[in-house]
Design a protein. Structure first.
Length: 112
């Protein structure tokens, strides 16, 4: 019986020693990597769009455009809207493709 305890103690000691050696010699350094996108993504909901392509207008300016019977494209958006951001690349490309100014109305502002 004493022989079984001695063998168990030796095995336990070896396991603890192996774990200690493994954790103490493990010297991995964590490296950070900065990933930059290849293309810049521009959303119509962002204010950084070319003014001749996407133009912000107020409710009053929209009324004037409607009363002038001028043909134009307008859409309502909200800067925090997930769906507005998702549709923005299509709106930008449509504006560029057809060489048309698109007027956007921000519905999150109190005056609109």
């Amino acid at each position: 019986m004493k022989k079984v305890y001695k063998i168990g103690a030796v095995i336990t000691t070896l396991c603890v020693a192996c774990i200690a050696i493994f954790t103490l010699t493990k010297n991995e350094s964590v490296q950070t990597e900065t990933i930059t996108p290849e293309k810049t993504i521009v959303y119509a909901a962002d204010a950084k769009v070319s003014p001749e392509i996407i133009k912000d207008i107020s409710k009053d300016e929209l009324k004037q455009k409607i009363q002038s019977h001028e043909e134009f494209i307008a859409y309502y958006y909200q800067p925090t809207c997930h769906y507005c951001k998702k549709a923005a690349p299509d709106i930008n490309s449509m504006s560029k493709k057809h060489d048309r100014t698109i007027y956007r109305i921000d519905i999150s502002t109190p005056e609109n």
